[in-house]
Structures are given as C-alpha cells and as structure tokens.
Design a binder for this molecule. Structure first.
Ligand SMILES: NC(=O)c1ccc[n+]([C@@H]2O[C@H](COP(=O)([O-])OP(=O)(O)OC[C@H]3O[C@@H](n4cnc5c(N)ncnc54)[C@H](O)[C@@H]3O)[C@@H](O)[C@H]2O)c1
Length: 453
C-alpha cells in the first residue's frame, strides 16, 4: 500500500445511510470508543475518512450504532449525522481490521493496585488485532504511556501475532491525545497533533493520516519522543497544581487569599501561567500519567523527585480539606462525627459527567471514616455506578436540589464547581460552606459562613 492509497476520498453525504458501511468503504479503525476514541472517530468521519469504531464493550457498540451518545458533552445528533453519512459505524468484530489501512488505539492506561503502569489494555488490543494485520497497515497508539511502549511492548505483540515485521511489513507510530473534555475551545480538529514514527516512513504515513482530519501536525523524531511529550505535558500540570496547593496552605496561614493572589499574578503578560488549587487531583490523566515515567525512569537508574513531591502534596489535599471541615463544624459547636455533610460536585472537574478518580470520593471516604453521614449532589452524576475502587458507594443517588434538602445538612463541601449549580441558593440555604474551588466568590454570603479550603 502506498501513501496515496492512505488518502481516503470523502464520500458524498448523500451516500448510503446504512449503519454498517460495506467493507470496501471502511478504511480506518479506532479501537476504544471512550472519551478519546469517540470524538476522534467523529472528527475523522466528518473529514471524509471512513471509520470503523471497535470496542469490546458491546453496550457502547450498540448505543453508537443506534445513534446514542453515552458521553455528556458529545451530542447524539453528532453521531447520527456520521452514521447517516455512511462513514461511521461501530463493531466488536476485530477481524475487520483486515479491511483497514490504519488502526488507532485509544484504550485505557491506568495504574495497578501497586501504582505501577498497567498497559494490559494496550497489549490485549495488540493481541486482538495482530492476527488480522495486513501488509502495509499503519498502527498508531494514542493511549498515554511511558516511552518505549510503542516500539517495545506493542511492537512485540503485533509482530508475534501477525508474523509481520514493524517498519518493514507494517507501520507503527505513537500520537498522544490532547482531549480536554467539555472545553468548548478544545476541538479535535484544531489542537496540534504530535506524531512520532518507528521509522521515517511510519512517521510520514501517520502524518498523512492525521493531516486528513487535523489542521496542524507536529512530527517528532521517534515514538518515544512523542510518548515523552504527552507525559511532560501532564507532569507540568501535576507539578504546578502541587505548587499552588502548597501556596494555598502557606498563604492561608498568613490570612492571604491564594485565589486573589493568582488572579493578580496572572495579569503579568509574560512568564506566569495560572494554575488553581483544589481538593486533590482527579481524572485519569494528571494523578496517573506522571507515575508512568517514574516507573520507567527506575529502569535507567533515574529518580523523579519533582513528580513524587507533587504527588505527595496533591494526595495530602483531601486530608487538609477534611481538617478545614472539622474547623468549620467546630465553629458551629459540631464535630464531623454525627454531622450530615453534603459534597457538591462528584465529577473530577467542572461541567463533565466523568467521576472516575475524583477526589470527591476520597473526601466522602475520609468524612465517613470520621463518623459523618456523607451524601453528594451532582446534576451530571444522578447515581454512582459500580466501580472497582469505590464499590461501596455504588447505587448512591445525588440528593435533590431544594431548600428543605440542602438546609438539612450541617455542612456543604464544594468539591467541584459545575457551572449549572446555583451557588447563591447555596448561600441562602446553608449555614456552613467549605469551598475548595472559590465557587462562592461572587455570591452574597454572611460573615463566617464560607470557609475556603
Ligand atoms: N479522557 C481524557 O481526557 C484523556 C485525555 C488525554 C489522553 N487520554 C488517554 O487516552 C486513553 C483512553 O482514555 P479514555 O478516557 O478515552 O478512556 P475510556 O475509558 O473513556 O475509553 C476507553 C475505551 O476502551 C475500551 N476498551 C478497553 N479495553 C479494550 C480492548 N482490549 N479492546 C477494545 N476496546 C477496549 C473501553 O470499553 C472504553 O470504551 C488513556 O490512555 C488516557 O490516559 C485521556
């Protein structure tokens, strides 16, 4: 297959409205249809590339083929439009990799219970696609991971399962995802895409592939440089968040408001970038990815002191917040033990429905351990789904938002500041609020009512 064959001509939108495109039309597969893989699939499809989304979760495959989104910030209509255009379909049949010119892998990369990288999802995907890999196919990994995953670990399973050789028979590349869920300014098409290839030909092909759907491609010299780029971006965030979290404690002891300081500092037009404190790290990138590098660095006799320190500071945040809750209750002659405490915002960041790895869980755990009756309100998370880490909260429902319910709590703890929550009502209905996000800043509050944490 040559480079030009990789360029997939857009199909006319008047074409077939069937949900499963005929084999000859489907040209690239995207494996893992989650927060990263689904928007990427839709962007390729919108750009005229035929996309087959592959996932082991049959419920997701079914939902997509029925035009139903399972991610809050992705409209069902956006999926329906691509289904109708005949350029997108979902499947759990990995043998269809045979029909593809390229396969892009966007599967999870968590930490295991010893906080070590778990690349088993990548390797499982490699094993599933390898028997169907054809000569000339391009395989691109997008999952965040340590340098060496693509050209060592993934390459080994692909070569073993296919009997083909990377760089000679099939192409291999790494291109990190820069998805920022729910950020309206963050569009897959306009965020520059870093790409590293196993060989110069792999890089050229991958650059061509992404160039069809994404405006700016940033080629780097190797898969490892591309893998390191993604980790560097996330380590940068983790370290800077730790820094402002530390400053929050220092300034709070001096009776200085860290939020006011950051707002003033960011008026400097150069050399400063604003990061904000919070109740602890959340999401599946910042608390996790830096430790992929820590683990790999050990193999080279290197220590990642900044990463470890940032991890220490950030993981101490929920404990600090709980101490502030104790102080606030104490001022009302109450203790955590026996108090009713409402966490506002379960999702790990504002305006998303994703609560995996949210510090709100840690806060609910710590408060319950100290005898509080902890509940939560989150319009985006009506009920907690069963998960491995927080199984004991499964089935717990978001409490309703009304005066009687909210005022029945001894303390409200704002953990995530969704824009759709009415914070003035909170000020009107609640006696005691601990605010980790500066959400009450513009509300009319009473003296002693709001405790920043
Ligand atoms: N969510 C983000 O904001 C974000 C941003 C940048 C990078 N990333 C990285 O992108 C990767 C994917 O993250 P995500 O948030 O999209 O995860 P996700 O959990 O939302 O989606 C992953 C999907 O992969 C599927 N899957 C799991 N194992 C599979 C297998 N063996 N074969 C096929 N499908 C499989 C799951 O069913 C799920 O649909 C991770 O490495 C993550 O670190 C995520």
């Amino acid at each position: 297959m040559n480079m030009n064959q990789m360029i997939v001509a857009p199909l006319s939108t008047a074409q077939s409205a069937t949900v499963t495109p005929p084999a000859a039309q489907a040209r690239i597969a995207i494996v893992g249809l989650g927060y990263v893989g689904l928007p990427l699939s839709l962007q390729f499809s919108r750009s005229g590339v035929n996309v087959l989304g592959l996932d082991i979760d049959s419920a997701k495959v079914e939902a997509l083929n029925a035009g139903r989104s399972y991610i809050k910030h992705i409209e069902s209509d956006a999926i329906k439009e691509q289904l109708k255009g005949g350029r997108f379909a979902a499947s759990a049949d990995f043998s269809r990799v045979r029909e593809m010119q390229a396969v892009i892998i966007c599967v999870p990369t968590p930490l295991n219970k010893n906080r070590e990288p778990d690349i088993s999802y990548i390797l499982d995907t490699g094993r599933a696609i390898a028997p169907h890999l054809q000569k000339g196919t391009l395989v691109v990994l997008e999952s965040t991971t340590y340098p060496g995953t693509t050209d060592e670990d993934l390459r080994a399973v692909l070569e073993k399962g296919s009997g083909l050789k990377a760089g000679d028979d099939f192409h291999l590349a790494f291109s990190p995802e820069r998805e920022d869920p729910a950020n309206p300014d963050s569009k897959v098409a306009t965020i520059p895409k870093v790409v590293g290839g196993y060989t110069p030909a792999c890089l050229e092909l991958a650059t061509k592939l992404y160039g069809q759907a994404i405006k700016t491609i940033v080629p780097v010299s190797s898969c490892r440089a591309a893998e390191a780029t993604k980790l560097t971006e996330n380590i940068f965030r983790s370290v800077n968040i730790a820094l402002v979290n530390e400053l929050k404690l220092v300034y709070s002891a001096m009776d200085i408001d860290v939020w006011e300081v950051i707002a003033a500092a960011k008026t400097k037009p150069f050399g400063f970038m604003a990061f904000y404190p919070g109740p602890g790290l959340g999401g599946h990138c910042i608390p996790i990815d830096p430790f992929y590098l820590t683990w790999k660095a050990r193999e080279f006799g290197q220590h990642t002191k900044f990463i470890e320190l940032a991890g220490e500071v950030n993981t101490a945040m929920p404990h600090y917040v709980v101490e502030r809750v104790a102080e606030a209750l104490n001022a009302h002659r109450k203790s955590i033990n026996g108090s009713k405490i409402l966490i506002v915002g379960l999702a790990y960041k504002p305006n998303v429905d994703d609560e995996r790895e949210s510090p709100s869980y840690e806060l609910m755990n710590l408060l319950s351990k100290r005898g509080a009756a902890a509940a939560y309100h989150d319009p985006y998370v009506p009920v907690i789904k069963p998960t491995r880490e927080h199984g004991h909260w499964a089935g717990t429902k978001s409490v309703p938002w009304d005066h009687a319910t909210i005022s029945s709590f001894d303390l409200i703890l704002i953990s995530t500041n969704h824009a759709c929550v009415n914070y003035q009502e909170l000020a009107d209905w609640s006696r005691c609020i601990v605010d980790t996000r500066n959400a009450m800043a513009t509300c009319q509050t009473k003296p002693g009512q709001v405790w920043k944490a």
